[in-house]
Write a protein that binds this ligand. Structure first.
Ligand code: ATP
Length: 132
């Protein structure tokens, strides 16, 4: 089976660099599945899961927005944050979820509301990624 190299980098450093048969990302215009030999493109990512497939196994990462650059033999993801499923602290994500929900219920200005909405999305994404 052909593979392509997937590299995931965040401001805190590299998260992953490995070969996979397929990668599926959540872009701002929908889910995008990339196989080796894909035409080059750049796409903005939303908060969501990145699925990596190899030898009939699927691995997941939680990614909090950023960009993906696709070349025929390599996908590079520059993410605001990215965690492998096994590295996610579920208790921390549950606390972040509860905090965000409290802030969404409190009466406050639009900026704080939007920040809380994004924090809730990040927390739910992390929780979902650990469940699959
Ligand atoms: P929190 O309020 O718990 O910090 P957050 O969504 O505000 O959550 P981010 O700003 O997205 O956190 O991330 C800050 C750093 O902490 C990043 O390096 C990210 O990978 C890491 N991180 C955040 N939440 C978790 C988690 N639940 N498990 C593991 N790492 C996490």
């Amino acid at each position: 089976m052909k593979t392509l190299t997937v590299s995931v980098v965040t401001p805190s450093g590299p998260v992953l660099e490995e070969d996979y048969e397929m990668i599926v990302c959540k872009t701002e215009t929908g889910e995008l599945g990339i196989l080796p030999g894909h035409i080059p493109l750049v796409a903005p990512l939303t908060i969501g899961a990145v699925r990596l497939k190899k030898n009939n196994d699927t691995y997941q990462l939680a990614v909090s927005g950023g960009f993906m650059e696709v070349r025929p033999d390599k996908v590079t993801i520059l993410a605001q944050s990215a965690e492998k499923a096994s590295e996610i602290d579920v208790a921390r994500a549950n606390e972040a979820k509860a905090r965000a929900e409290r802030r969404l219920q409190a009466k406050q200005d639009d900026t704080d509301f939007q920040r809380a909405e994004l924090a809730l999305k990040r927390a739910l994404n992390r929780i979902n990624v650990t469940r699959k």
